[in-house]
Design a protein around this ligand. Structure first.
Ligand SMILES: *Cc1c(COP(=O)(O)O)cnc(C)c1O
Length: 502
């Protein structure tokens, strides 16, 4: 065997300090220029998948030989800055994706430089302690007990799933981790409002319960879970021999920002020893704000809460966080001790608290941002987003061709209604046309690059939806969206109904 290449080793991936410094400085300069230019360009450009592949040269096979790293980084960065959607744009309000905190961008660089495996304390002494503090600080920010268990995961779906599995292990009534779902004729049941995010389908499915384990509870006229129906349904299921083990309260629904009556749900759960989980992926951080609705603040009564720092803490993707009131219950849902691990218990071993094994240092970017900004200014940024959403709703209301449908937390929903259809919105044909028109309008707005909104279906109405989790957005930006919508809406309506009197 020829060992000459490994005796004085020069691995192709290795870089000396000088080279690393030069490449890093050049890249950071390029990133800074890009971030600075974003507001002056479109939110995104209308391109086909084939065009993107073509431009980035993504159709080739894996090259046998490598290339110069400086050229590679420079060209890749400029292509990414050209062929992407920029959620750091002040007019990006789609779904619930925030603008990335600049310190978080640098934090990810720092985290991967260190590359700690935050599965075990021994492998990540400082990182494990920073994660523990970040979890406590998030709990503190949303006024949840700071001695809770918790950990970082990839996002809201995983945070909810982790809490869901903790609930299942704690409240099934038998050893569900060992025996699975064995009890014949007795179904494990979870209760959630019709507005609940699809994580609940994935969770019941992945956990082997099946989606038929979800009892969908209707909502009231404000799209909040009807607690009376919840109570009746649980009691009827119990009487039938089933095992209601968890209720999901949503603290800020994904469509409209509706907050379920959390205090009332907490009471119903407590009386029956059912696990109360709050999905606060979007709205939990708003509980920190002084004018938060009381219902939202009642999330501190929950057995577990999912929060999503990559939403309203503006962390770059990915960062979700699961909080479980009883840390032992979280551990009891995930811990195993294989013979090949030698991790003592002097510090926290996150492998025992969640489904992941090797874990990255997601917490760093969040912790850095919390420390850079502090609790008061974080609350102020969140409050500003909410105030801007209310201002957007007001601007929508001032525009006769727009109908404001909902406004809550930092989400406004609205739609374009041509003048001649305003008095006919109740008619089936007009209602169907308005849905088609607004769906097409959504597409037109997104392609225009002038702003980016997403959609929702509110009581059968297809609406445009702007969610502000964006510290770049200003009043001028929110005032612009009604004008953009009306201009593009009128053009589209003329194309879709050429003969209509508008
Ligand atoms: C965004 C969201 C989720 C899913 O979170 P991801 O970070 O996208 O995985 C779940 N529930 C609610 C209420 C959300 O807003």
């Amino acid at each position: 065997m020829d060992t000459s290449s490994i005796s004085g080793r020069q691995a192709p991936l290795a870089m000396d300090a000088e080279r690393f410094r030069a490449l890093g400085h050049a890249l950071v300069d390029q990133i800074a220029a890009y971030l600075d230019a974003i507001p002056r360009g479109p939110v995104t450009k209308d391109r086909t998948p084939a065009a993107v592949r073509e431009a980035l040269g993504l159709n080739g096979t894996l090259p046998a030989h490598g290339m110069d790293a400086a050229t590679l980084l420079r060209s890749t960065a400029s292509q990414l800055f050209e062929y992407s959607l920029f959620n750091a744009h002040p007019r990006f309000w789609g779904y619930i994706t925030s603008s990335p905190a600049p310190i978080g961008i640098l934090g990810d660089l720092l985290a991967s430089s260190l590359n700690p495996n935050v599965g075990a304390w021994t492998l990540s002494p400082a990182a494990s302690e920073i994660e523990a503090q970040a979890v406590r600080w998030i709990a503190e920010l949303v006024a949840y007990p700071t001695d809770c268990g918790g950990l970082f995961v990839s996002g809201g779906n995983m945070a909810n799933f982790v809490c869901f599995l903790a609930a299942r292990a704690a409240r099934a009534g038998w050893d569900v981790r060992r025996d699975g779902l064995v009890v014949s004729g007795r179904q494990l049941l979870v209760y959630a409002s019709a507005e609940t995010h699809t994580w609940i389908q994935k969770a019941t499915d992945l956990a082997g319960l099946g989606t038929s384990a979800i009892r969908w509870i209707p909502t009231d006229d404000r799209l909040r879970m009807d607690a009376t129906q919840l109570e009746q349904r649980i009691d009827a299921d119990r009487k039938a021999g089933h095992v209601p083990f968890a209720v999901i309260g949503t603290a800020g629904s994904v469509s409209t920002g509706a907050v379920d009556p959390l205090a009332e749900i907490a009471r119903i759960c407590k009386e029956r020893s059912i696990w109360f989980h709050v999905d606060g992926a979007y709205g939990a951080m708003a509980a920190a704000v002084s004018d938060a609705p009381d219902d939202l603040r009642a999330l501190n009564l929950a057995d577990s809460v999912a929060v999503d720092p990559h939403k309203w803490l503006y962390a770059p993707l990915e960062a979700g966080c699961a909080l479980v009131r009883d840390a032992a219950a979280l551990r009891a849902a995930f811990s195993y001790h294989p013979s090949y691990y030698h991790f003592d218990e002097k510090g926290i071993n996150y492998v025992d608290y969640g489904p992941q094994n090797s874990r990255g240092f997601r917490a760093l970017k969040v912790w850095l941002a919390l420390k850079q900004v502090g609790a008061d200014d974080y609350r102020a940024m969140i409050a500003d987003d909410m105030a801007l959403s209310r201002a957007m709703a007001a601007a929508v209301e001032r525009e006769p061709d727009l109908e404001l449908v909902t406004q809550a937390l930092s989400i406004a929903t609205f739609r374009f209604v041509p003048a001649d259809l305003r008095s006919r919105m109740g008619e089936t044909s007009a209602a169907e046309y308005l849905n088609r028109l607004n769906e097409a309008l959504l597409d037109t707005i997104q392609r225009s690059g002038e702003a980016f909104v997403s959609n929702a279906l509110v009581r059968g109405r297809y609406v445009l939806r702007a969610c502000i989790v964006n510290f770049h957005t200003t009043r001028e930006d929110v005032n612009a969206i009604p004008r953009i919508t009306v201009r593009l809406g009128r053009d589209l309506d003329t194309q879709m109904r050429p003969g209509a009197t508008v």
